[in-house]
Ligand binder design. Structure first.
Ligand code: GTP
Ligand code: MG
Length: 185
């Protein structure tokens, strides 16, 4: 019989204020959504345990970092030993796309993979959230060509248009990030 392997992955979730980081995590971990906005203060944590395959269990430790923290001096501490990240923007607010590159640069400056894994950049996935609002006439869907270019230019491994409200693409995005971390080791 093969032995079950367990992995613990610390994953950062960052992005500008109100883009939906906490909502994405609550949808992913607890399958709930609320339209009430309660801004995160500092950092919150959530754990999701995934039976990845018959012999692999992945524990995702999600670090939900307040958008406000980009202007603080704690991110270096929060980023320590992270193995992957999501950067979240809001399809209805163009300014949050500018935030994306700032968050990505911040991650690239402050965190690397362990030396045993080659010490390169951690894999980062871009989430363009609130896609449900586009269908209601707010903002517009992302342009796939522009998103591909943004990823290429700033080193995101992939982008997804997500909705925490409708539960669109969140599982797929998480699976993609986990797969990419598993393949580094
Ligand atoms: P900070 O903690 O302040 O950085 O914000 P956050 O990124 O954690 O945002 P949060 O998840 O608190 O969501 C902000 C607001 O957007 C809340 O009112 C949510 O209900 C709403 N929201 C989040 N995701 C979605 C979504 O996919 N669709 C819609 N329609 N609203 C969303
Ligand atoms: Mg939050």
């Amino acid at each position: 019989m093969s032995e079950v392997k367990e992995y613990l992955y610390k994953i950062l979730v960052v992005g500008d204020l109100g883009t939906g980081k906490t909502s994405i995590i609550r949808r992913y971990v607890h399958n709930i959504f609320s339209s009430n906005y309660k801004s995160t203060i500092g950092v919150d944590f959530a754990l999701k345990v995934i039976q990845w395959s018959p012999d692999i269990i992945v524990r995702l430790q999600l670090w939900d970092i307040a958008g406000q923290e980009r202007f603080g001096n704690m991110t270096r501490v929060y980023y320590k030993e992270a193995l992957g990240a999501f950067v979240v923007c809001d399809v209805t607010r163009q300014s949050t796309f500018e935030g994306v590159t700032k968050w990505k640069d911040d991650i690239d400056q402050k965190v690397n993979l362990p030396n045993a894994w080659g010490g390169g950049r951690i894999p980062v996935v871009l989430l363009a959230n609130k896609s449900d609002l586009v269908n209601e006439g707010h903002g517009q869907h992302v342009n796939p060509v522009e998103m591909d270019e943004l990823c290429e230019k700033h080193g995101f491994i992939k982008w997804f248009e997500t909705s925490a409200k409708d539960n669109t693409n969140i599982d797929d995005a998480a699976r993609f990030l986990i797969q990419s971390i598993l393949s580094i080791e």
